[in-house]
Design a protein around this ligand. Structure first.
Ligand code: DGL
Length: 259
């Protein structure tokens, strides 16, 4: 029987899900969180769906051993590849996924041009394609996989000149006819939000799924009578499959300072 004092488990292929964790702790300051970054196996976005499924189950088992009362899959790729199977397997466990914020981006103005940045796997999956197709009369979408960007962020280079150079080259064509909105469809990408603003200027709107995920977690915990009591001191514990001090330091820096 899960208790409301137990922690919430948050998982990602690496450090990206910390962009979601920041929104979770802001909305739910009394919760305890165990964040697990699977940096030893990052990136997920270029692996097979079966492999991501296996790794996501493995991490969920780890988090359950740490008595987590709910799981947040703070990874678009793992959500697309594994959320449904996890929910079928752990029937009573609240499992919250994160999805590219396509809808709010499509509806924020009249027929915007929306650029969706995500991993190759997220962009290939049927679920994602359906989401974009259902909104195709509301916005013009363009998708762009960003191979190598997750690795730059994983190695602490989110704000390095090398990353800005990478993005300027990748987005060269987009700059000819800039989008009105960019969907950050990978949880690593909010950490290059500032750089994207520098490249496109402040008129471009950036959308990610972090706040929506936090609201969904609050809703699910409340429905299951699992919200931490108000006297609970909130806390975050970081774990990483690489077991390196450097990685834990990077995770803390991203959590506290955003770089
Ligand atoms: N942060 C993840 C996502 O939201 C996965 C990135 C990766 O490992 O490829 O998709």
């Amino acid at each position: 029987m899960m208790k409301s004092e137990n922690p919430v488990g948050v998982l990602d292929s690496g450090v990206g899900g910390i962009s979601v964790l920041r929104a979770l702790t802001k909305l739910l300051p009394n919760e305890q969180f165990v964040y697990f970054g699977d940096s030893a196996n990052a990136p997920y976005g270029t692996k097979s769906r079966e492999e991501v499924l296996r790794l996501t189950f493995q991490t969920t088992e780890f988090l359950l051993k740490m008595n987590c009362k709910a799981i947040v899959i703070a990874c678009n790729t793992a959500t697309a590849a594994a959320a449904q199977q996890l929910r079928e397997h752990y029937e009573t466990l609240p499992i919250i996924g994160v999805e590219p914020a396509i809808k709010p981006a499509a509806l924020f103005m009249n027929h915007p041009r929306v650029l969706i940045l995500a991993t190759p796997m997220t962009l290939q999956l049927e679920k994602f394609k359906n989401l974009a197709e259902n909104l195709s009369d509301k916005a013009t979408f363009k998708t762009l996989p960003c191979p190598g960007l997750v690795e730059l962020i994983e190695t602490g280079k989110a704000r390095a000149p090398q990353t800005e150079e990478y993005l300027r080259t990748l987005l060269k064509e987009e700059l000819q006819d800039p989008p009105n909105a960019i969907v950050l469809g990978c949880t690593h990408f909010p950490f290059v939000g500032q750089t994207l603003r520098r490249i496109f200027g402040n008129s471009v709107r950036l959308f990610d799924g972090a706040e929506g995920t936090a609201r969904q977690l609050r809703r699910k915990l409340s429905e299951n009578c699992l919200l931490a009591p108000p006297e609970n001191p909130g806390r975050v514990v970081f774990r990483n499959s690489l077991h390196s001090d450097e990685k834990i330091k990077l995770m803390e820096n991203l959590f506290f300072y955003g770089f």
